[in-house]
Design a protein around this ligand. Structure first.
Ligand SMILES: CC(=O)N[C@H]1[C@@H](OP(=O)(O)OP(=O)(O)OC[C@H]2O[C@@H](n3ccc(=O)[nH]c3=O)[C@H](O)[C@@H]2O)O[C@H](CO)[C@@H](O)[C@@H]1O
Ligand SMILES: C=C(OP(=O)(O)O)C(=O)O
Length: 427
C-alpha cells in the first residue's frame, strides 16, 4: 500500500477529549520515532532496497519523512508493519516540500550531500523548544569538506568532489549532529573521528544499521566515534527498535491512574536511569524479559535534571512533571538540554496545577484537585503529558492541536482506548 501523506492533514483540526480513566490491560510498544527517522534519512545513502520491520506506520513524522523520500524519487510501500524503500534513479539533490517540516531535514541534507554531492532542504521543523540551532550540523558538514549556506529559509550544501573524513570535535553532545556525522561520514573518503558524541541507544542502532550497510564504525564509548566511509553502501533489512518514550508514557500513565498495565517490547535496557527515578517516585514496576508490568503505585514528588544518555532525556521531563503534578508536595525539574522547556506548565495551570520557574528550575506543586479544562498541546511531549493529566482530572479535558501527539506516537488514540482511556477526537 503506498504511504498516504494526506493522512498528515486529516487530524490537524481536531481536539482530543479526555475524561477520568484507569489504564488496565496490555500494550505493545511501537517502533521508535527518534530511531526510525534517522534510518529513513540513512536510506538515501544507498540505491538498494531498505526494508524496515516494526515500522510505526501511523506516526505522523514518519509519514512526513516518507513523503519527503518520495519527493526525492524513492518508492516507498507499507504492508503489515514493514516499510520497503526502493529507487529507480538516484535521488534529487533538492527536496521540494511545502508541507509541514521535521527536524530530520538536517539529516536528509547530510545524506544528500554525501550521496549526490549536493543538497538543499527546507528549514527544519520539530517541536518548538525555544532556540534550536543548526550550527553544529553546519559545522559537521563543513569539516567533511562541504560548502554550507542558507538561501532564505533553505539550508544548502555542496561537495562536488565528495566528502572527506575529518577530525570533528562537538562542543556539546548534540544528538542530531552526532547522527549527521555518522550518516555523512559513512560515504566520505577516509576516516572521520567524532569527539564528544552523544552515544545513546538510537545512535548505537544507527551505527549498527550503517555498519551492516557497509560502513566501518567503531564507538569508543562516550569519548569518540570513528567512521570509515565506504564507496557504496548496500541495502539491508532492519527492525526498528522499540520507542522508549512511548514505554515511559504507559508507565507514568499507569502510575497516575492507579492502573495495571502490561507493556510488551519494553526497552528496559535503554531506560535504566529514568526507571530508577520512576521507582523512587512510587512506580511499582515488575519485569519479565521484555515485558514490564506497572501496577498502580502512588506518585511521590520528583527531583530530576535532564542530560545526555544515560541520563534523563529532555523529552521525558513533561511526563515526569505529570507525576509531580499528581504527588503531594513540590517537584523540581531542571532541563539542561533545552533550557526553559517548561511552556507546558502554562497549560497545566489551566487544569489547576500551580508551578513557577525560578533560575531555570521548574517548581511544580502537586495537587489533589486537578480539573478538566481546554488546553493546547504546545508540542509533542507536552500533548502526551496533558492527555495523562486528563485521565486524572475531574471533568473533561479538551486538548487542541492534539495532532502534535500523533507526530511521535504510533496509534496513540487506539492504544490508549484499548487500555481503557476515555478518549476521543472531536471537531
Ligand atoms: C528527532 C530527535 O531525535 N529529536 C531529539 C534530539 O533533538 P536534537 O538532535 O535536535 O537535539 P540535540 O541533542 O542536538 O540538542 C541538544 C542541545 O544542543 C543544542 N544544539 C543542537 C544542534 C546545533 O546545531 N546546535 C546546538 O546548539 C540544542 O539547542 C540543545 O540545547 O535530541 C533531543 C535531546 O538531546 C531530543 O529532545 C529530541 O527529541
Ligand atoms: C522534541 C522531540 O522531537 P523533534 O526533535 O522531532 O522535535 C521529541 O521527540 O520529543
Amino acid at each position: 500500500m503506498p504511504v498516504q501523506a494526506d493522512d498528515v492533514g486529516a487530524s490537524e483540526a481536531r481536539f482530543l477529549q479526555v475524561s477520568r480513566s484507569r489504564l488496565v490491560g496490555q500494550v505493545r510498544v511501537s517502533g521508535a520515532k527518534n530511531s526510525v527517522l534517522r534510518l529513513l534519512a540513512a536510506s538515501l545513502l544507498t540505491p538498494e532496497k531498505i526494508v524496515l520491520r516494526n515500522y510505526p506506520d501511523k506516526l505522523l513524522d514518519a509519514i512526513v519523512h516518507v513523503g519527503m523520500l518520495e519527493a526525492l524519487g524513492k518508492r516507498c510501500s507499507v504492508a503489515d508493519g514493514t516499510l520497503t524503500i526502493e529507487e529507480d534513479r538516484a535521488p534529487a539533490s533538492e527536496l521540494v516540500w511545502d508541507g509541514r517540516s521535521i527536524r530530520n531535514t538536517l539529516l536528509i541534507l547530510g545524506a544528500l550531500v554525501a550521496r549526490t554531492g549536493a543538497g538543499s532542504v527546507p528549514m527544519p521543523g520539530g517541536c518548538n523548544l525555544g532556540e534550536r540551532k543548526t550550527d553544529l550540523h553546519e559545522m559537521v558538514l563543513s569539516k567533511l569538506g562541504a560548502r554550507v549556506w542558507w538561501e532564505g529559509e533553505r539550508l544548502c550544501a555542496e561537495a562536488p568532489n565528495g566528502l572527506t573524513g575529518a577530525d570533528i570535535v562537538l562542543p556539546l553532545r548534540s544528538t542530531g549532529a552526532t547522527e549527521n556525522a555518522l550518516i555523512a561520514g559513512s560515504l566520505a573518503r577516509g576516516t572521520t573521528r567524532l569527539w564528544n558524541p552523544h552515544v545513546r541507544p538510537e545512535i548505537l542502532d544507527l551505527a549498527a544499521f550503517l555498519t551492516r550497510m557497509g560502513a566501518n564504525i567503531v564507538v569508543h564509548g562516550q569519548e569518540s566515534i570513528e567512521i570509515t566511509g565506504a564507496e557504496r553502501l548496500d541495502g539491508i533489512t532492519h527492525r526498528v527498535m522499540p520507542d522508549n518514550m512511548e514505554a515511559m508514557t504507559w508507565v507514568i500513565g499507569s502510575v497516575v491512574t492507579g492502573g495495571d498495565v502490561e507493556i510488551h517490547d519494553f526497552p528496559a535496557q535503554d531506560l535504566e536511569v529514568p526507571l530508577i527515578f520512576l521507582r523512587e517516585s512510587g512506580a511499582k514496576i515488575f519485569r519479565d524479559g521484555d515485558v514490564a508490568i506497572v501496577r498502580s503505585g502512588r506518585p511521590y514528588p520528583v527531583e530530576i535534571s535532564t542530560g545526555p544518555y544515560p541520563g534523563i532525556n529532555s523529552d521525558m521531563q513533561p511526563l515526569f512533571a505529570v507525576l509531580g503534578a499528581c504527588a503531594r508536595g513540590e517537584s523540581r525539574i531542571v532541563d539542561l538540554r533545552f533550557a526553559g522547556r517548561y511552556a507546558y506548565l502554562r497549560e497545566f495551570a489551566r487544569m489547576g496545577i500551580e508551578s513557577d520557574v525560578r533560575d531555570g528550575t521548574a517548581h511544580i506543586h502537586g495537587s489533589a484537585a486537578i480539573r478538566g479544562a481546554e488546553v493546547r498541546a504546545l508540542d509533542l511531549r507536552a500533548g502526551a503529558a496533558l492527555s495523562l493529566l486528563g485521565m486524572v482530572a475531574d471533568g473533561q479535558t479538551r486538548i487542541a492541536d492534539a495532532w502534535q501527539i500523533e507526530r511521535g506516537y504510533d496509534n496513540f488514540l487506539a492504544k490508549a482506548r484499548a487500555l481503557g482511556a476515555d478518549m476521543s477526537y472531536s471537531q
